[in-house]
Design a binder for this molecule. Structure first.
Ligand SMILES: [Cu+2]
Length: 542
């Protein structure tokens, strides 16, 4: 359910902080009582949220959230009026365990970082060359607009999300939001604007932010409102951010998520290319050809219609494929926004050379992994090396999400072959050199290069001029009793496998031949099992 919550403005704001609305209860509770009330309110909200969402009385929940917001606003205000410490504050410590948090240079001694801190997926802002902390300024507009989330079929959905302040409506439909990059010890000064033309209350919960709701309580803005927070970046890593307002799962399922990267003090080993990828889910219902609506029940049941990288089908394939050179180390800052599914992130035809599990870059990476598990609401930093020219296919290896629901990305590696790493020979050299037998009947070649990836439901699959040819005759019409022979002219292994199971060549190496006699009229569609986008058919007439 969507509610439009217009909260009253009050005049009070802290000197030195740009004007923004605060939310107060009117009567402020004092001292230790406050903490207890916050705890109770949070507990009640948590209990309420545990109930089935249909049964939650949203008015009560909203009122409780209002109280919590007001209470935390009141707590936060005195802190900003305390004079900053003259010396760096030692990192918080825990006896016997030590601290991994940075020493904090007082905010009053920090200047604004000169480098741009945001970029749109799949791009990553350049790493800062700073060795000292700074204030990283980021300003977002909230977007509510209709976006095409499957360009091939034209499926449209109302996406909500985040855009860098002032960017026009031709960039970034809102999912994912821009990547934010800072350095551990920095202070993020974050400004959020909810344009008056929007219909809903939103906010941001940064998993990189320590403070009520990751900043959500103090960034909650109705249409026409703005808010500012400042937050210290205490731990390095790649973190999710998302809207945590109203019906939180619905806001995330509408596209309100992104990633914030906090670099460690000691930079990671250098990479030649860096990319930002967010996995997420869409839950859709509606009439074909019309703007789709959120299927709220499917969201509860964890049955997404689409699972995608970077907010739409095709965002990392075709013209949007990523490209690196042979020898490059490519680094992926990957966030799994969910809402519900864990991601099994795998590079087909490569390895993760290095993995920082959970995106926790304070730790040594594990080396040489195949598939890394990324929980919903989590992230990972992974490196792969482009070793041989190929198309590395990024997938969620729960593969129906890739083949049926859209979670696929291509990393095109260009450069020289390296036969010491990979070499294909086709059929082993024959023992003798008999002249090849010329097959009888109809002949279909498996075309050289047919292994090259294309979309499974390609428009021209059964047309004569199929754009990446696979079988040389896409639709072969024969009389009953005809023998058809397939010859593999490609240097990769393929099969000729009937969809209805009536024939199957098994693996055919280069030059292998497979024949089948069609006695029964009908239509026989077939495909190659390792390359499911290779499809063709035989029509048998009486
Ligand atoms: Cu929202």
């Amino acid at each position: 359910m969507i509610t439009t919550d217009r909260r009253p403005d009050t005049q009070g704001h802290t000197p030195g902080v740009p004007a923004h609305p605060h939310y107060t209860l009117g009567t402020l509770v004092i001292g230790g009582l406050l903490a207890a009330i916050v705890a109770v309110v949070i507990g009640v909200v948590a209990l309420a949220l545990q109930a089935d969402h249909e049964s939650v009385d949203s008015d009560i929940v909203n009122a409780l959230v209002d109280e919590r917001v007001a209470a935390t606003g009141a707590v936060a205000a005195p802190a900003t009026t305390v004079a900053p410490a003259p010396e760096p504050t030692p990192a918080p410590t825990e006896a016997g365990f030590g601290s991994v948090m940075p020493e904090m240079v007082p905010k009053s001694q920090l200047s604004v970082a000169p480098e741009p801190a945001t970029a749109y997926a799949p791009n990553v802002p350049l790493a800062s060359t700073r060795t000292e902390p700074a204030i990283v300024e980021v300003e977002f507009d909230i977007v509510e607009e209709v976006a095409t989330i499957d360009p091939e079929t034209g499926v449209q959905f109302e996406t909500w999300g985040y855009r860098v302040r002032g960017d026009d409506r031709t960039v970034a439909a809102g999912s994912p939001g821009p990547m934010v990059r800072a350095r551990v010890g920095d202070v993020l000064r974050f400004v959020i604007h909810n344009p008056a033309t929007n219909l809903r209350v939103h906010n941001v919960d940064f998993h990189a932010v320590t403070g009520q709701g990751g900043g959500a309580a103090d960034t909650t803005v109705a249409p026409g409102e703005s808010a500012v927070i400042e937050a210290r970046m205490l731990y390095p890593g790649i973190f999710m951010y998302h809207c945590a307002a109203g019906d939180v799962p619905a806001h995330i399922a509408h596209g309100m998520y992104g990633g914030i990267l906090v670099d460690p003090a000691e930079p990671l080993p250098e990479a030649d290319a860096e990319f930002y990828i967010v996995q997420s889910e869409y839950y859709l219902q509606g009439t074909e050809g019309e703007i789709q609506e959120l299927d709220r029940a499917a969201l509860t049941d964890e049955h997404p219609t689409m699972v995608v990288f970077n907010g739409a089908k095709g965002a990392l394939t075709g013209d949007n494929a990523l490209s690196i050179r042979v020898g490059d180390r490519a680094r992926f800052y990957f966030v799994n926004a969910g809402l519900n599914l864990d991601s099994n992130f795998h590079p087909i035809g490569s390895h993760w050379d290095a993995v920082w599990p959970e995106g926790a870059t304070l730790n040594e990476p594990i080396r040489g992994s195949q598939t890394t598990l990324v929980p919903a609401g989590g992230g990972v930093v992974v490196d792969l090396i482009g070793l041989v020219p190929s198309n590395i296919i990024l997938v969620d290896h729960a593969l129906t999400r890739t083949f049926d629901k859209g979670a696929i990305g291509i990393v095109s590696v260009v450069g020289a072959e390296n036969p010491e790493i990979f070499e294909a020979f086709g059929e082993p050299a024959p023992e003798d050199t008999e002249a090849p037998v010329v097959p009888e009947g109809e002949v279909v070649d498996i075309v050289a290069g047919s292994w090259e990836f294309q979309d499974q439901p390609a428009d021209d699959e059964f047309a004569e001029n199929e754009s990446i040819p696979d079988y040389s005759v896409n639709v072969l019409t024969v009389k009953a009793g005809t023998t058809v022979t397939w010859i593999n002219q490609d240097d990769q292994q393929h099969t000729v496998t009937a969809v209805d199971g009536s024939f199957d060549s098994g693996f055919m190496a280069q030059g292998d031949v497979f024949s089948y006699t069609f006695d029964t009229p009908g239509e026989y569609e077939y495909a190659c099992t390792p390359h499911l986008w290779m499809r063709a058919k035989v029509i048998v007439e009486p």
